[in-house]
Write a new protein. Structure first.
Length: 156
């Protein structure tokens, strides 16, 4: 996977109410900005099928800790290889906990211009949370990170 995840720190943060609130504020502000742009989802979950869609989702330990806090481990039954395990029947089963990349990415051509700026601005806020909560920063691929968390005995 490349970078080793700080599993102990991720699990600890997932129990920290101040941390959960801080990430929720960052995501809430991002969600409001994105909603104000009125993007259109035109593929209805195809982007969750990473291998088929031709892209990868990257996340940070802060995002993973928030995800663990709100969602916990991946659902049993796996799913299609190269697909997010939370993508079921064209819908996201982890929408409230989804990482920044899922909140920003729309394949709608009218949305392409603002996505890089939103990503960079939010990534700066996420990096600040890494500093504030003293967790090592890494930028890791989502499916690999979920696998590493599972192998790290994430149980909620």
């Amino acid at each position: 996977m490349g970078a080793h995840l700080p599993i102990v720190e991720i699990l600890s943060l997932a129990e920290d109410e101040a941390f959960i609130e801080a990430v929720g504020e960052v995501y809430g502000a991002l969600d409001a900005r994105v909603a104000g742009r009125v993007p259109v989802c035109i593929n209805r979950g195809d982007c969750c099928r990473f291998a088929a869609f031709g892209h990868k989702l990257f996340v940070t330990p802060v995002e993973l800790a928030y995800f663990v806090a709100l969602r916990g481990p991946a659902p049993d039954g796996g799913g299609e290889r190269g697909t997010c395990p939370y993508h079921r029947e064209g819908r996201c089963e982890a929408r409230d906990a989804r990482p920044m990349g899922c909140r920003v990415f729309y394949c709608d051509p009218a949305s392409q211009g603002w996505q890089p700026d939103e990503t960079e601005a939010t990534l700066l806020a996420i990096k600040e949370l890494h500093r504030r909560f003293n967790v090592p920063y890494a930028y890791v691929e989502w499916l690999g990170a979920l696998g590493e968390l599972d192998s790290g005995a994430v149980s909620r």
